[in-house]
Design a protein around this ligand. Structure first.
Ligand code: LMR
Length: 424
């Protein structure tokens, strides 16, 4: 390519390239914008780098035990021991993932013998975490439901918007959290959804809303179903915290309600939190369809989406999840561990509430007790969050979200005292 042609030409030392004649040579990547970092993951990294011994990590949605460690569940250890013992070959999994894991996931989500599963109208594939599932579903929507726009709750998990926009979809927000009452703006949410065009995608947190911890009640879910059906809206459930709300079965309520109502919908679910296997990237995407023939078409196109992206998921993640869910002994051990993690979080909610209520008697901290799952929306302003981090070494995201699972008997009083100091 000749100089001055307007295209890239190989430049001099250091990979410089020249543009049009007369312009200064530049490097290939010098024009990139710096990555601003992720509001959650970068904060977690900043926490790791903080040398203060009494720092407290409430930034990221990870369950820590009372000693501040990420637990390795006994059921996972035993499943891995079995896998090591078998020491089999490690071929590529099929594009859609392990058949054993997919079957186990369907049983977990829909319950034994559910009509939707039995009739073959659920397309399930193992994905790279539920994030991978969300994104595969988003790419599929962009390709096969062109023009569909996505509606997420206000607020929602920080990455939802980026993920769907990254797939080329327009993303909007529907009213959700009511800062004045600490509840859901249900009427406003319903009115907004009632005005959406048919075929809109409505992202809903199936339980343990992230970041607020404020869930729809069962009655509110039941009121949504006819609206979703009549308006022809397509729910997309994010189920990342199954078991952390009211129980493993209880937290599948919304999903089973939509399935029983005959709606077509997506659900991305995760084992990161429930099995404490964050780095294994264990998740799945299921699409509930009208019938078996449609589910086969959907599965085929989801496979095409995966093949041109990461090709196939992890065999190790599949081995853990399939074994824990299918083996009755491992399953019972897992269910007991999930119950213990859930109740430890509830105990921390209570402890935080009690210390704050004693220190700031004029204020209502009841929301710590009514919110579900790992997260609480504290209502703290960004400046108060900054003070907590800088003065007290307490890390939370600047929206005021705390991960209650980062509290333990050794730090909860100190954390409560720090929060009391900044709200004074
Ligand atoms: C969170 O919300 O903190 C977690 O889901 C971790 C993440 O990837 O953001």
């Amino acid at each position: 390519m000749s100089a001055g042609s307007g295209g890239l030409s190989s430049g001099g030392p250091g990979g410089q390239v020249g543009g049009a004649a007369g312009t200064a040579p530049r490097t290939v990547f010098g024009h990139l914008e710096p990555y601003a970092g992720d509001p959650i993951l970068s904060l977690n990294e900043a926490f790791q780098a903080d040398p203060r011994p009494d720092k407290v990590n409430l930034s990221i949605g990870i369950y820590f035990d009372d000693a501040g460690r990420i637990p390795v569940l006994d059921c996972v250890r035993r499943a891995e021991a079995q896998m090591l013992e078998e020491s089999g070959p490690k071929p590529y999994l099929p594009i859609e993932g392990s058949a054993a894991m997919r079957k186990a996931v369907q049983g977990l989500l829909f319950g034994a013998g559910h009509e939707a599963v039995a009739s073959g109208r659920v397309a399930t594939l193992q994905t790279v975490g539920s994030s991978g599932g969300l994104r595969v579903g988003a790419d599929f929507i962009r390709r096969w439901l062109p023009g569909a726009q996505v509606w997420i709750s206000d607020p929602s998990w920080d990455n939802h918007r980026a993920m769907f926009e990254g797939a080329g979809l327009a993303v909007h927000a529907y009213p959700y959290y009511d800062a004045a009452t600490g509840g859901v703006r249900f009427d406003a949410m319903r009115d907004t959804l009632a005005g959406l065009p048919a075929g809109s995608i409505v992202l809903l947190h199936a339980c343990c809303h992230n970041p607020t911890g404020v869930d729809l009640s069962r009655a509110q879910w039941e009121a949504l179903v006819p609206l979703l059906r009549e308006r022809g809206l397509i729910p997309y459930l994010d189920l990342a915290y199954q078991g952390y709300g009211d129980g493993i079965e209880e937290d599948a309520f919304a999903l089973r309600l939509l399935a029983a109502a005959g709606l077509t919908f997506f659900v991305a679910n995760s084992f990161s939190k429930s099995m404490s296997v964050y780095g294994e990237r264990a998740g799945a995407l299921s699409v509930v369809c009208a019938d078996r023939a449609e589910a086969e078409l959907v599965l085929g196109q989801l496979k095409a989406t995966v093949r041109r992206n990461y090709s196939s998921p992890s065999i190790h993640a599949a081995g853990i999840v399939a074994r824990v869910l299918a083996d009755p002994v491992l399953r019972a051990s897992w269910e007991a561990d999930v119950a213990a993690m859930r109740s430890r979080i509830q105990a921390m909610r209570r402890a935080l509430h009690d210390v704050l209520a004693a220190k700031r008697p004029g204020r209502d901290f009841g929301y710590f007790l009514t919110q579900r799952g790992m997260f609480s929306y504290t209502g703290l302003a960004a400046a108060q969050v900054d003070r907590l981090r800088e003065e007290f070494g307490v890390y939370l995201v600047r929206s005021g979200r705390i991960c209650v699972a980062g509290l333990n008997s050794g730090n909860v009083e100190r954390t409560a005292a720090a929060i009391a100091a900044v709200v004074a």
